[in-house]
Design a protein around this ligand. Structure first.
Ligand SMILES: [Zn+2]
Length: 269
């Protein structure tokens, strides 16, 4: 992934993606917004206690950086589950007065609609089928990862739009890394035995403690669902190590802000 900067806003992109399907996408950081501490500064979380007008202004800055209309950003109300919605422009945007859809994944082939996932250590995963011009976005914390939400998104893209998994490209954004993500029995037990046996994903740290690789597990799930390894991009940045750059619940505690990962198809071919 490479760093981009437009209108004073930093974000990370996958090289080559925006050339396909008139795509707009980016993994944004905490920098470049107007919210004061503890939401400093580019907070996009509407339900964490920040002033709604600040969140709105931050989203407008992000939208300007991608040259997209802010009111066409759609973020599901994330609940750490594995529900994935096929969405259309009829769904309420993040600025709408109606409550957003509850779920942790959204997919669409509709143009002019931008899917957003909010995180502060959890894994944001973006999907693109450049052959059929279908996009998706998923929120995968430990609960969603234990339920296999990233692999489910690949299968759902196939069912809804006829996407071949071998055509799908996946970008796994900045999240808490195995350097910082220590978990106990409660978390480990939520995963299938075969996942827990895989040392790269669960490194023993003492009795009943593991250092867990959430991003690696999500990569494993999408490749298991048929995505080619060469079509998976994974950020090397840890949100907890880099709390200067990202919101991190582990590093900062709550309340804190949320960064956004966005993907959508611009109007026109
Ligand atoms: Zn770390």
């Amino acid at each position: 992934m490479k760093k981009a900067n437009r209108n004073g806003i930093d974000y990370f992109t996958v090289p080559g993606w925006d050339a396909r399907c008139s795509l707009a996408h980016g993994f944004f950081t905490r920098r470049g917004g107007i919210s004061p501490a503890p939401y400093d500064s580019l907070n996009t979380g509407p339900r964490g206690g920040d002033t709604p007008a600040h969140v709105r202004k931050n989203l407008e800055r992000i939208a300007r950086a991608l040259s997209i209309p802010a009111k066409r950003i759609l973020c599901p109300a994330q609940v750490h589950g594995d529900r994935i919605h096929r969405v259309s422009g009829a769904e309420p945007s993040i600025f709408g007065t109606e409550p957003p859809l509850e779920g942790d994944g959204v997919i669409t082939a509709e143009r002019g609609l931008y899917l957003g996932i909010l995180t502060a250590d959890c894994v944001p995963v973006l999907f693109l089928d450049p052959e059929r011009c279908v996009v998706g976005a998923v929120h995968a914390g430990w609960r969603g990862t234990a339920k296999g939400i990233a692999g489910k998104a690949v299968r759902r893209m196939r069912v809804e739009f006829g996407c071949e998994p071998s055509d799908i490209h996946v970008a796994i954004g900045p999240a808490v890394g195995p350097c910082c993500y220590e978990v106990g029995e409660d978390v480990a037990r939520a995963f299938p035995e075969e996942d827990r046996k895989m040392r790269p994903f669960f490194r023993p740290e003492g009795p009943g403690r593991w250092k867990m690789n959430l991003a690696g597990l999500n990569r494993h799930q999408v490749t298991h669902a048929g995505v080619r390894e060469a079509n998976v991009w994974i950020s090397s940045l840890c949100t907890c190590c880099r709390k200067d750059l990202f919101f991190s619940v582990r590093a900062d505690g709550e309340p804190t802000g949320r960064q956004i990962a966005l993907i959508g198809l611009r109007p026109g071919p």
